[in-house]
Design a protein around this ligand. Structure first.
Ligand code: ZN
Length: 438
């Protein structure tokens, strides 16, 4: 039977969130109206100062941190981040909400102003509405409602707004994790309010390996290609081998990770780009080619791998394919260059943060949560790898499919529901570490 005191507390917490509906909408609108487009990384200081003012007023200690020297940090586009911390009435664990403050460029096809934060039919529209300023606003409202209802809570709450998630997070979470802000002695639970739908808990993501393959040839006159050796034809052989061998092999490999959408439950490879022969740089290319046999072709591959796969094996598979061509195809030679890699991560379902958010979803939405894994990566990779903190999930309002699309929006009711889930999770996670007084 449900504890009556707890049920009463839950009701008060829900009421406290509902009472802040207008504030939640206004906060989301304000955040959208600061266009933090990345690249290049505009207005980071402005949004951090806005958040700092807001959170200081709510009693948080605020730190603005520039990721000096990090990838992307320049005088014109400094990488500013904010971390705000609220200390409760007694010592205890810390729950950290991490949101990225950057958005991708709006692109075309909008029927509303992407930076006006228009409220229409219960939705707030704008670039970043769901990914993820709506989630950031919901976490702030959740924390403020929780603090108002439970002023003497044990432990502490942190809220961060971090730069550059859309470009790898090096000037954001990676930098902060390097500086110890996510170390397990400081932070014990992390919730990232990315738009994964309000009834889903995202446990982690697949792995990534980006690499460049270059095939070599020999330059010659285009009228006598037999005197040269065409690097693009060698690259064609690579692609044929991939079509015949690699793609079918990847499609046959499935994972026990609950990846969504369904198609991402297998290993995948995207050919990101191909360059062969004459450069088409706008400055030098006239639109009319010179008669040359290309001596170099380059291909960038974007391989996404499963938790069951080993990064070494993933690379070896590509090396084997290329070595096979070296052994069997006359004149074939290649280079393979690593560009970027991320190890897959998945938080265990019995981790405290997963349990707390799952219970809160059941209480607020009266249904069991779905557990998902993201097909792509997000800042959890840095919290896991650099911060060494495994107790981390993504949970937030908004529909993932709307992210990066024109007419992106977040539903007000969804933000309210997820704010209630976050507030109830705080109640669950922030317990007295010592037994209550005798
Ligand atoms: Zn995002």
């Amino acid at each position: 039977m449900r504890d009556r005191v707890l049920a009463g507390f839950e009701d008060r917490l829900r009421e406290a969130v509902d009472a802040r509906t207008d504030e939640l909408v206004a906060l989301t609108q304000d955040l959208i109206r600061i266009p933090t487009i990345n690249p290049p990384g505009d207005n980071y200081l402005e949004i951090c100062e806005y958040l700092g003012k807001r959170l200081r007023k709510a009693g948080f200690a605020v730190e603005l941190i520039r990721a000096e020297g990090a990838r992307g940090d320049t005088r014109a586009h400094p990488r500013w981040n904010i971390i705000a911390r609220y200390e409760g009435g007694s010592p205890g664990e810390c729950v950290h909400f991490n949101s990225h403050i950057d958005v991708v460029e709006p692109g075309s096809g909008w029927s509303v102003d992407p930076f006006a934060g228009e409220l229409r039919d219960g939705r707030v529209y704008g670039r970043g509405a769901c990914d993820m300023k709506g989630g950031l606003a919901a976490s702030i409202i959740a924390a403020e409602a929780f603090i108002a209802t439970t002023p003497e809570f044990p432990g502490s709450i942190e809220i961060s707004g971090t730069a550059d998630e859309e470009t790898g997070g090096y000037g954001g979470v990676a930098y902060l994790a390097e500086k110890g802000y996510f170390s397990p002695d400081r932070v014990q639970h992390v919730i990232i309010p990315e738009p994964l739908n309000k009834d889903r808990v995202c446990l982690g993501h697949r792995g990534v390996w980006w690499a460049e393959v270059e095939t070599h040839g020999r330059i010659g006159h285009g009228s006598m290609p037999f005197l040269g050796d065409c690097a693009v034809r060698h690259m064609g052989a690579v692609i044929r081998e991939m079509e015949d061998q690699l793609f079918p092999a990847l499609a046959s490999r499935t994972t026990a990770m609950p990846v969504v959408p369904e198609g991402a439950k297998q290993s995948t490879l995207n050919i990101n780009s191909l360059h062969g022969g004459q450069e088409e740089l706008p400055s030098s290319f006239t639109g009319f080619p010179a008669p040359l046999v290309p001596d170099s072709a380059r291909m960038i591959i974007d391989r996404r791998f499963l938790i069951e796969e080993d990064l070494g094996d993933v690379k070896r598979e590509m090396v084997d394919l290329l070595d096979h061509l070296s052994a069997t195809r006359a004149g074939f030679s290649y280079d393979l260059r690593d560009l970027h890699e991320v190890i897959p991560t998945m938080t265990e379902r019995d981790a405290p943060v997963v349990q707390a958010v799952s219970d809160a979803i059941r209480a607020v939405m009266d249904k069991d949560p779905d557990y998902v894994v993201s097909p792509g990566t997000y800042d959890q990779k840095h919290i896991d790898r650099i911060g060494k903190l495994k107790n981390c999930i993504a949970y937030g309002p908004g529909i993932l499919d709307l992210a990066h699309q024109p007419d992106e929006y977040v539903g007000v009711a969804d933000m309210l529901d997820s704010a209630k889930v976050m507030a109830l999770s705080l109640k669950d996670l922030l317990k007295d570490i010592d037994d209550p007084k005798p």
